[in-house]
Design a protein around this ligand. Structure first.
Ligand SMILES: Nc1ncnc2c1ncn2[C@@H]1O[C@H](COP(=O)(O)OP(=O)(O)OP(=O)(O)O)[C@@H](O)[C@H]1O
Ligand SMILES: [Mg+2]
Length: 260
């Protein structure tokens, strides 16, 4: 199962990615999570202890590695570098595992939305492609801003793109744009996840106003989410209602995609 998670800033992508990862891991799957946030925070959401977090460094910031693999210094514009550097050893070498979840911090590269290619973006894109081609049991990608790391060649390997929304028109607007970008590269298996839901009214609002994206499920608003963050423990352990809702979504997804 390979899932990409996207949505407007602050809607709960990282919270959902961590919940899904732990649900799959506890069901006995081998799980690899790729954190593509410019300031990675999945390790915190997964409750990685500080000694393990200290071992994690975003790939996009590994200048020496990027230069070794692409043949050019990060930050270089123009000039020659390889567009498909060797990356096959990276997941094992740089990921860290905790409670059955293996985490790889990808980091991100600001290409100003231009899709420009620099050594570090070539590295990340090749790495995402490699992760999608790998035979991992479960891959969860916290895509942060959109779909820029995915391309036409890889979308067939993405089982589903989950677009997280809050019950607001603004986050639905972003969801609609993400869906369009996903469709543009041929990724049509998109589902909406409504987060921070306080009542039936908000649930009904999302069901009625979804921009043509089927709803996979809802996660309730719960002050325990912030509390878990303060206490440094995973939402998965601290807020049973969110864990339960995520388990239901995984079941539904398995049925939808006919995967056991
Ligand atoms: N179900 C929920 N109930 C209450 N608060 C929530 C819930 N889900 C997420 N939050 C809070 O919303 C904030 C954003 O959550 P999160 O970091 O998961 O979002 P994100 O989409 O990954 O953000 P970013 O775009 O910055 O990466 C956090 O403070 C988190 O504690
Ligand atoms: Mg995030």
């Amino acid at each position: 199962m390979k899932l990409a998670i996207s949505g407007k800033g602050g809607v709960g992508k990282t919270t959902l990615a961590a919940l899904l990862a732990q649900v799959y891991a506890d069901a006995g799957h081998q799980v690899l999570v790729a954190d593509a946030d410019p300031s990675p925070c999945l390790a915190g959401a997964l409750g990685f202890p500080s000694e393990l977090r200290a071992q994690l460094h975003p790939i996009s910031e590994m200048d020496a590695l990027i230069e070794e693999r692409t043949g050019a210094k990060p930050g270089t514009i123009g000039g020659f570098f390889t567009l498909n550097p060797r990356v096959d050893d990276i997941p094992e070498r740089f990921s860290v595992m905790y409670k059955g979840v293996r985490l790889l911090e990808m980091g991100s590269v600001d290409t100003g939305g231009s899709g420009c290619i620099c050594p570090e973006s070539a590295m990340l894109k090749t790495l995402f492609t490699h992760l999608l081609f790998r035979k991992d049991d479960v891959l969860i990608m916290d895509m942060y801003a959109g779909v820029e790391h995915l391309g036409r060649a890889t979308v067939d390997f993405v089982d589903a793109m989950l677009i997280v929304v809050e019950p607001t028109r603004r986050s639905l607007g972003t969801a609609s744009q993400i869906k369009q970008l996903a469709n543009d590269i041929g990724l049509t298996r998109c589902w909406l996840v409504g987060n921070k839901i306080r009542n039936d009214e908000e649930r009904t609002f999302l069901e009625a106003e979804t921009p043509g994206i089927p709803v996979l499920g809802f996660l309730p608003a719960d002050l325990g989410v912030q509390e878990a963050d303060r206490l440094g423990i995973p939402v998965y352990e601290h807020v049973p209602t969110l864990r339960k809702s995520t388990e239901l979504m995984v079941e539904k997804l398995n049925t939808l995609l006919m995967k056991a």
